[in-house]
Design a protein around this ligand. Structure first.
Ligand SMILES: [Zn+2]
Length: 132
């Protein structure tokens, strides 16, 4: 399990560095510690970070944190839908996979029809806030 955990931590810190690099321009000094920034992100408290992070990055960060939590809980590598063990090869490619291939494909088929509208709504709210 250890290599995957390291991989996740690496992804997390890469993402944090990217955020940190961008945030230097817009956030106050003293807020540059990666750990601090990540804590704020996971608590979803800072509006500035909300603007800095793209939806995609936010989702990725949440997925990474989720996977790390599961490693701690010893539930990592199980499909959330059917409880099947997710193949190791799949986890190496997609370390934060929540579902086995079958369930993932099923979910993606369903999401295609439901996803687009809510996402668009969220983006509009964020843009309105950024204009304040
Ligand atoms: Zn499954």
């Amino acid at each position: 399990m250890k290599p995957i955990k390291e991989m996740l931590l690496k992804m997390r810190s890469d993402l944090a560095q990217e955020i940190s690099r961008r945030s230097k321009v817009t956030t106050e000094p003293g807020m540059q510690d990666i750990g601090d920034i990540l804590d704020l992100v996971s608590e979803e408290r800072t509006r500035e970070l909300d603007i800095l992070l793209t939806d995609r990055e936010k989702r990725k960060l949440l997925q990474i944190d989720d996977a790390l939590d599961k490693i701690e809980d010893n539930t990592y590598g199980q499909c959330e839908e059917c409880g099947t063990k997710i193949p190791r090869a799949r986890l190496k490619v997609l370390p934060f996979a929540k579902y086995c291939v079958e369930c993932q494909e099923k979910n993606e088929r369903e999401e295609k029809y439901t996803r687009e509208e809510p996402d668009e709504g969220i983006r509009k709210v964020q843009m309105a806030e950024a204009e304040e």
